[in-house]
Structure formats: structure tokens, C-alpha cells
Design a protein around this ligand. Structure first.
Ligand code: SF4
Length: 471
């Protein structure tokens, strides 16, 4: 693994004035957070504003440069940042910048169908543990082979969406016309090849746009192409070693793995760029008469294998819930911080029209537990208070075992959220998994504890039948 700089290497390159503009107590605290990759260099504004720090800034940028560079596609709040990877294995630190999913759209689609597909791409969403899983961008394919049609479609796309755009054509003239039309939206250009690098590289350099280097079948050729593009002034590069679906998938997985190992373990700068995979290639293998579901299945398998094997951007065709749900789940799980449980904020939640006779339940702030309980309460349509206790993101069972959920914590939460002032009873419903805390909780709080269902799926019935009121 490439050595990541520590605070003592970073600190001497900071201004050293302890001005606190970054929000930290001093420069050493900032250096420590930079070493942990929990703050960005840009947060130290004096470094960028004052010319006397220019030399230090240059050195610092090089020092903290991730082995896989970051590339920004698009503009504004929907822009996608890809790459920026620091480690090969997630457990060594964490993965940053989740794989971006771009969905294709042909440039020759009839106007209404074009607009509908853009809307469908934007609307694809699924709520998972409190976050909206969604797609990230649109890949405009120059199927028409006509530069004017391609540029018009690109322009139209910018009117329909503010999502990041990828312009896909191996014809330099097509790319030149479309890039010129929407350069201010910072599209990703796809692609420069061994044959077209000079023309396409010039377009990217001229408009300062990110560019894909595409050299399938040879990592040596890919490295050489990247080197050439860098030499002619292209700064933001994304690399595509080619994607083979179905029978060639093993080779593709090997290529992607080798690229990332070389970038991170050997600090190979020429392969230290975000990678692009095209599971959409599964459709090129689609045979007439074959069920489309089979091709979609191949596309999902290809995408899954390459998301796990370091793809920073994938281009897909399928837009079904069943095809994109597994891969967005996979991405979500892969990109969570392995040392930080997914937690929600502690507090007193209110569901429905809560009054003084509303039941009071409690749970922990582990996100998966919370959202499951929340969903079950909502489905029961009961007017309920839910006290969410900070257990550092642990589930009920683990928090009880690890003493993160105790009678004292429950008493403190009741006090902090002034629950006794909101209801006319002193009955607290505990999760079934925390039943063993009942006695000590009654002692610590003076409330009567009623043990709720073991499984949250029983909450609805429990509340509807007002079981907590039974003697
Ligand atoms: S803003 Fe920069 S100079 Fe000021 S305390 Fe933070 S790191 Fe130091």
C-alpha cells in the first residue's frame, strides 16, 4: 500500500498561524484530520488566498495527492466526483467517492421518448436505511453518427437535466461539436483512443474537460495513451481498459484489479486515475430472439463484479428496479465507513398526532434498527413517541451486551427529552431484545417498563391492540 502522509509530514507545510479559519483549534489539529482524510486541504483558506504560501501549497498538494486522482464531472450540486481512492482494501481506511452510475441515452431518440428517458433516469430511486439510493448521470451515445444531431441532443439534455453528462462517441468531429455546445457543463468526453488521441486530446485540453482514455486489451497501451494525453495538457483523465461481459468477464476483472493494485501498491501514476467500466457491453452480446432479461442479468453481473473490483464509474443501459436495486445496494454497503456504524441522530421522535396518552417506546440509534422500527410504527398508523438513544450506532442486542444501552442511559434520555412533561402516564415500552434491562430501568427511572415484541414486525399489532396498557 502506498504510504499515506502522517500529521508530522503535513504540519510543516501549513501556514502555522493557528488562525482557526478552518474550524480547528490549531494547525496541528488540522494536520491530524488531514492525515485521517476527514478534512479537505481547501478548508485551510489562507493557503490558497495568500501568495506567500504558494510553494508550500504545491508541495502539500503533491504530498496528499491520492494514488488514484479525483475527477469532477458536471457542475453545481449534482456534479459527480469519482476516483480519489487511497486504499486497495476498504478495511485499511475507507473507500471514498462511491462508484457513479451513468445510464445511456441515444442521441437520435424522438423528442418525447428522449425527455421520458431522462426523467426516468432522474426518478429512479429507492429509500434504503434512510438514504435515497439513486443514479448519478446520463451517458449520451452518438448513435446518429451526425455531429449536428449529437450536439443538438447534448444541448437538449442540458435543458432537461442538471445531472452530469458523458458524451460518448469515438468520432472526434462528433465530440468536438458537442463539447463546444455544452463545455460550460463540464461533460466527460468518451473517448480518446490510440488512433484519435491528438484530435480528442486537443478538444479536452482546449475546453479543460475530463477525458476517457480507452485502450482495450493492453494495459501497456493504456498507460502509453495516458502518458501522451498528459503530455499534451489533458489533466483530468478517466481510464477504460475495456469491458467484456459474459465469457470475457474474468479477463476484465483481472485488468481492473491490476490497474488498481499498480496505482496503489506501486504508485504507478499512469494508472492512478479513476476507472470506467461499461457493463452496457452486455447488450452487444444480446442475440436476436434471446430474452432481454438474460441480457439484463448479464449486465447486472458485470456491473457487480466491477463495482467490487474498483470501477469508479459504470455505464449501464437497464433502468428496471430489479436490475439497479442490487447494484445500488452493493455500492451503498461497500462505501460505508467500516469502522463507523451507520447511525441516526438521537432524540425524541413523534409519529402521528401525539397527545398525553400516546405510548412511549425506545430504541437505539443504529440506522437499520431505527428505520425498521420507524417503518413499522408508521404502518401501524399509531400516534407514538419513540425515544432514540445514542448507543454509538449499535443495534439493541449488541448495545445491551456492550453496555452502550443501560438503565442509566435510558433515564438520562427520559430526562433530556422531558418525556414526563409530554404524557400523562409513566409507561415505557422497551424493545423485546432489551427485556433484561427492565428491572434496573424501572429502578433508575421510576417508570413501569412493558416489554414490546422481540421482532419489530410485531410492533404494529402491539400498538394497535394497545397491549402496553394491559396489566
Ligand atoms: S486555517 Fe490553516 S492556518 Fe489557519 S489554523 Fe487552520 S490549518 Fe492553520
Amino acid at each position: 500500500m502506498a504510504k499515506l502522509p502522517g500529521p508530522l509530514e503535513i504540519y510543516p507545510l501549513l501556514p502555522g498561524t493557528n488562525c482557526k479559519e478552518c474550524g480547528e483549534a490549531n494547525c496541528m489539529a488540522f494536520a491530524t484530520k488531514m492525515a485521517e482524510h476527514t478534512v479537505k486541504l481547501e478548508a485551510c483558506e489562507p493557503l490558497f488566498k495568500e501568495s506567500k504560501y504558494a510553494k508550500k501549497l504545491g508541495k502539500l498538494k503533491e504530498l496528499v495527492r491520492p494514488p488514484v486522482r479525483e475527477v469532477l464531472i458536471g457542475t453545481g450540486e449534482m456534479a459527480a466526483t469519482i476516483g480519489g481512492k487511497l486504499v486497495l482494501y476498504r478495511h485499511d481506511l475507507r473507500y471514498s467517492n462511491p462508484t457513479a452510475f451513468f445510464i445511456d441515452i441515444p442521441d437520435n431518440l424522438e423528442s418525447d421518448a428522449f425527455a421520458s428517458r431522462v426523467k426516468a433516469i432522474e426518478d429512479w430511486t429507492y429509500v434504503y436505511i434512510g438514504t435515497n439510493l439513486r443514479l448519478d448521470g446520463v451517458a449520451l451515445r452518438g448513435v446518429s453518427q451526425d455531429p449536428k444531431t449529437f450536439a443538438t441532443a447534448a444541448k437538449k439534455l442540458t435543458e432537461l437535466t442538471n445531472w452530469p453528462i458523458m458524451l460518448c462517441s469515438l468520432n472526434p468531429e462528433m465530440l468536438a461539436t458537442a463539447a463546444k455546445a455544452i463545455a460550460d457543463k463540464r461533460p466527460l468526453l468518451y473517448a480518446a483512443t490510440l488512433d484519435t488521441w491528438a484530435e480528442v486530446g486537443e478538444i479536452a485540453a482546449k475546453h479543460n474537460l475530463p477525458l476517457v482514455a480507452y485502450a482495450p486489451g493492453s494495459l501497456e497501451n493504456l498507460s502509453s495513451l495516458v502518458n501522451t494525453l498528459r503530455a499534451i495538457g489533458v489533466e483530468d483523465i478517466v481510464i477504460d481498459p475495456g469491458t467484456l461481459s459474459t465469457t470475457g468477464l474474468g479477463t476484465t476483472v483481472d485488468d481492473f484489479t491490476q490497474i488498481r493494485r499498480s496505482a496503489i501498491n506501486e504508485d504507478n501514476e499512469l494508472l492512478g486515475y479513476p476507472t470506467l467500466a461499461t457493463p452496457i457491453a452486455a447488450w452487444a452480446d444480446h442475440r436476436e430472439g434471446e430474452a432481454p432479461e438474460l441480457t439484463k442479468w448479464n449486465e447486472v453481473i458485470t456491473a457487480s463484479a466491477l463495482i467490487v473490483r474498483y470501477a469508479d464509474l459504470v455505464v449501464l443501459h437497464s433502468l428496471d428496479m430489479w436490475t439497479n436495486l442490487p447494484i445500488t445496494f452493493l455500492r451503498s454497503n461497500l462505501y460505508t465507513d467500516p469502522v463507523k456504524p451507520v447511525a441516526v441522530e438521537a432524540g425524541l421522535m413523534e409519529f402521528g398526532e401525539v397527545g398525553p396518552d400516546a405510548p412511549v417506546m425506545y430504541t437505539t440509534n443504529f440506522a437499520l434498527t431505527y428505520f425498521t422500527v420507524e417503518s413499522d410504527i408508521k404502518q401501524s398508523a399509531s400516534n407514538t413517541y419513540l425515544m432514540v438513544i445514542d448507543t454509538e450506532g449499535m443495534s439493541v442486542q449488541s448495545a445491551v451486551a456492550g453496555r452502550k444501552l443501560t438503565a442509566e442511559k435510558i433515564a438520562e434520555a427520559l430526562e433530556e427529552y422531558k418525556v414526563a412533561e409530554k404524557v400523562n402516564h409513566k409507561i415505557l415500552i422497551s424493545p423485546g431484545m432489551a427485556a433484561r434491562l427492565s428491572g434496573e430501568t424501572e429502578e433508575a427511572t421510576g417508570w413501569t417498563v412493558k416489554v414490546g415484541p422481540q421482532d419489530s414486525s410485531g410492533i404494529g399489532k402491539y400498538l394497535q391492540e394497545e397491549k402496553w396498557k394491559e396489566e
